[in-house]
Design a protein around this ligand. Structure first.
Ligand code: SF4
Length: 69
């Protein structure tokens, strides 16, 4: 199973809350960055960041992989 972490830029204010709530370093955000960036290899898809974002700016989706034929 694959998952996709997606930032909705139109909704994101760059507040940094998502980076603060992530306990495994899967969201990078510095003062110089306008938006948070995912660090996919660290993400455990715990769903804390979409739950805690007050602007609903993060979506996590299951991605269905196409079968090889
Ligand atoms: S889903 Fe969990 S582990 Fe992944 S970026 Fe969000 S808070 Fe971090």
């Amino acid at each position: 199973m694959e998952w996709e972490w997606k930032l909705i830029r139109e909704a994101c204010t760059g507040c940094g809350i998502s980076a603060d709530v992530c306990t495994v370093g899967a969201i990078r955000m510095t003062r110089e960055m306008p938006y948070p960036e995912p660090v996919p290899l660290n993400c455990t898809f715990c769903l804390d960041c979409p739950d805690e974002c007050p602007f609903d700016a993060i979506e996590i989706h299951e991605v269905r992989l196409a079968a090889f034929k």
